[in-house]
Design a protein around this ligand. Structure first.
Ligand code: SF4
Length: 495
């Protein structure tokens, strides 16, 4: 029996798909890179914006024909939308067989088996927000459920891995559904994290990305001892074989001086910090229930640049949030100019039923205004990104070679996407060049020019993408590259 899994959304979802694939493979399933020939299609969904959800439902609609042609075929929907909509998924897409929330991935194989055997729809949704809060044993167990034994072959690239160190969120920003769909904030024990990273290093992993909704809020208590992220980074730094560690996403108020100093001093900690500001006006930050002022955020930016040489800061912004005036929007533009982010992910606000903003504020900024503000902010950011990149011209940088460039991947294989026949991103309006995850080195070797080179990409320690020509065998190695040309999102180099 063969399955195909399609993932949309954030890095948490990418990791969840990896774990779901491991769960199915352990139960005897074989993974396919396309839906052709699949007996099971798993759709890992996102619920961050309404637009994303509607597109997922229309993608599911397209699967109806597949189900008619292949009545024994099974469809499973997992991820945040599954958790949020629960049985509604069955109402809107009655041909779906399994709906499984993010906290129940370890049950996926048995739910699929039950659906196949009984012909009835199966539903398992994740933890209740408060269920685990009072029971430390349950918290510990819950991570076992989330991170069942992972398999090296389900990682997109064996030399890189994401490691979840936290789950859930307690911040309750008014526009966000994460606290209700991903549950309360829970930190995983340092011992378990280190054991997992040692295993990953033994398998050839050289770079880990620590994941958490507010990753720098990490706090694990055992007896009198509390471990925070700075101490965890120091312990990971001592793991032989791990050359780079980054962590995403950070919450501004939890970015302590101790953590910044750890990033500066630990050889493996990379100077890349994703700290979403979301807005540049205090009045809007207050409506968003972010727990800082723009002055505090600017102070954080100053502290980062003063502490960490070569720091690259990135941010998320929401434009057109309820009641946003032109003046408030211009304050966001000012913040972008002040902070000089490496890049920003800019989103137009959309109502999410169930969160606080949808209950108390009106989504009153017209779509045309949202669009215009989005483009204006993007133009300012792009200018800054281009300026940053120009400072790299002529410099030599060390990169970890990740795979073929997008252009190369397109030449070699036509990626198939259920979610977006024409659109690959969730409106990440400044998506940069990202390499294809799935292209095996063997395919790359076959596509190499007579000189034996292909177009590859790698990343600097500050997360800048470098495109260069090199031998396919370089994938997974560290290389030194001289930058000979730059664009707003990409550096072009020569070995
Ligand atoms: S910090 Fe705010 S935006 Fe981020 S996951 Fe938590 S509630 Fe959502």
């Amino acid at each position: 029996m063969k399955f195909y899994i399609e993932t949309v959304g954030c890095q948490m979802n990418v990791l969840d798909s990896e774990l779901a694939a491991a769960e199915l493979i352990s139960a005897g399933w074989e993974r396919l890179d396309s839906r052709k020939g699949a007996d099971l299609i798993v759709f890992n969904t996102c619920s961050v914006r309404e637009h994303a959800e509607e597109k997922i439902y229309s993608a599911l609609g397209r699967l109806k024909t597949w189900k008619i042609e292949k009545p024994t075929g099974l469809i499973a929907v997992m991820g945040c939308m599954a958790q949020k909509d629960k049985g509604v998924v069955f109402q809107r897409a009655p041909f779906v067989d399994v709906v499984v929330g993010p906290g129940k991935i370890s049950e996926l194989a048995s739910l699929v088996a039950a659906a196949a055997k009984t012909g009835t729809q199966q539903l398992a949704i994740g933890i209740d927000r408060f269920e685990h809060r009072t029971d430390p044993k349950a918290v510990k167990e819950s991570f076992r459920l989330y991170d069942p034994i992972r398999l090296p072959q389900t990682r997109p690239r064996v030399f890189q891995a994401m490691v979840r160190i936290m789950f859930g969120c307690d911040k309750f920003c008014s526009y966000c559904v994460v606290p209700s769909v991903r549950g309360p904030e829970q930190s995983r024990s340092p011992k378990e994290i280190l054991d997992e990273i040692r295993t990953l290093a033994d398998q050839g992993c050289v770079e880990v990305t620590l994941l958490g909704q507010t990753v720098n809020s990490y706090r694990y208590r055992e007896g009198d001892k509390t471990t925070r992220l700075a101490a965890l980074l120091a312990a990971i730094d001592a793991v032989p074989g791990i050359r780079r560690v980054r962590f995403v996403s950070s919450y501004p108020t939890d970015m302590t001086d101790e953590l910044l100093q750890a990033v500066r001093d630990l050889p493996s900690a990379t100077p890349y910090l994703h700290v979403p500001a979301q807005h540049g006006a205090n009045s809007v930050l207050e409506r968003m229930r972010r727990r800082y002022t723009v002055e505090e955020y600017r102070d954080l930016v100053d502290r980062i640049y003063a502490t960490i040489p070569g720091a690259a800061i990135t941010s998320d912004f929401i434009v057109g949030f309820c009641g946003e005036t032109e003046d408030e929007f211009q304050q966001t533009v000012e913040l972008v100019r002040y902070a000089r982010f490496k890049n920003s992910f800019i989103f137009k606000y959309s109502v999410r039923p169930g969160n606080e903003a949808s209950r108390i504020y009106e989504d009153d900024v017209p779509e045309t205004v949202k669009k215009r503000r989005n483009n204006e902010l993007l133009a300012v950011q792009n200018e800054i990104s281009a300026e940053w990149n120009r400072t790299f011209l002529g410099r030599e940088v060390e990169i970890l070679v990740e795979g073929p460039s997008k252009r190369e991947a397109r030449n070699v294989a036509q990626e198939e996407s259920l979610y977006a026949e024409n659109e690959q991103t969730l409106d990440a309006t400044n998506e940069s060049e990202t390499p294809s995850n799935l292209l095996p080195v063997g395919d790359l070797l076959a596509s190499a020019a007579p000189s034996g080179t292909v177009q590859l990409t790698g990343r600097t320690e500050c997360d800048r993408i470098v495109v260069f020509n090199g031998a396919p065998e370089l994938v997974g190695t560290f290389q030194r590259v001289r930058i000979v040309e730059t664009a707003p999102f990409t550096l072009f180099g020569e070995l």
